[in-house]
Write a protein that binds this ligand. Structure first.
Ligand code: C5P
Length: 244
């Protein structure tokens, strides 16, 4: 179960670049030092499924494409995505119950057909770039924290495995959705790194203590002069002991 994960397996490194050579080189340098790689829309759109295969290279993959469409279309996208063997993939929870159920069913059935492990399917609740006024403009009921909890509960009720959430949402979602709901958390900054454009950050240790399962860490590792050293330093911070 996730709670017994080794510190390094908590970490998914976000590779936000359309540059395939750079992405492959960073991913290769991190093999065995982190839990996996997160690939999102930028790299996927620039380099396609072959690019994803090349970069992930067999490492656990979080395919962060945030599907949001009618249930039938999302189910088709999930079936196609499962061929890339992701460990985790995601959809927008605001796509609704039927869409999330279709996504979960497509993941189960396709994994079974292929004889591979079923990817965890998680929901995106409220994008952290949206504030209360943005929500009101698109007709969603705020405050944002209430909408996050509403969508997290709907995600769980639709049979999905967990959600992506910001560090400050961890405690409330953990309380509402219980210990087995997977919480995957970006917005993580070690105390020794720059916060870049992230406004509300938590250190890896704080986020795990709050109840996060996996941490998505991008620039503190991927943009470091030595990504492997940065990943190891974070793992050391997490475990409180030196790793080899
Ligand atoms: O470089 P950094 O650690 O900020 O990267 C975080 C990753 O997590 C990026 O891929 C970013 O798109 C993603 N993310 C985020 N905040 C959210 C949702 C996703 O930073 N609320």
């Amino acid at each position: 179960m996730t709670k017994t994960l080794a510190p390094k397996d908590r970490i998914f490194v976000g590779l936000d670049t359309p540059d395939i050579e750079r992405a492959v080189s960073i991913a290769k340098s991190l093999v065995g030092a982190v839990g996996g790689i997160k690939i999102g829309k930028e790299l996927f759109t620039a380099q396609g499924p072959d690019g994803v295969r090349l970069v992930a290279g067999g490492a656990p993959l979080f395919l962060d494409l945030k599907f949001h469409d009618i249930p039938n279309t999302v189910a088709g996208a999930v079936r196609a995505a499962v061929h890339l063997r992701p460990a985790i993939l995601n959809v927008h929870a605001s796509g609704g119950r039927a869409m999330m159920q279709a996504a979960g069913q497509a993941a189960r059935e396709t994994a079974e057909d292929l004889g591979v492990e079923r990817p965890k399917v998680i929901g995106v609740t409220v994008l952290t770039s949206l504030d209360a006024q943005d929500l009101e403009e698109v007709g969603q009921r705020g405050p944002a924290e209430d909408q996050v909890l509403r969508l997290a509960r709907l995600t769980q009720d639709s049979g999905l495995d967990g959600v992506v959430c910001s560090p400050r949402e961890i405690a409330a979602i953990r309380k509402a959705c219980g210990p087995d709901f997977l919480l995957v958390v970006p917005g993580i900054r070690p105390s020794w790194s720059s916060s870049d454009d992230q406004k509300r950050v938590m250190t890896p240790e704080e986020a795990i203590a709050e109840g996060a399962d996996h941490l998505v860490i991008g620039r503190p590792i991927a943009a470091a002069d030595d990504p492997l050293a940065a990943a190891r330093r974070i793992t050391e911070d997490l475990s409180g002991t030196l790793v080899n």
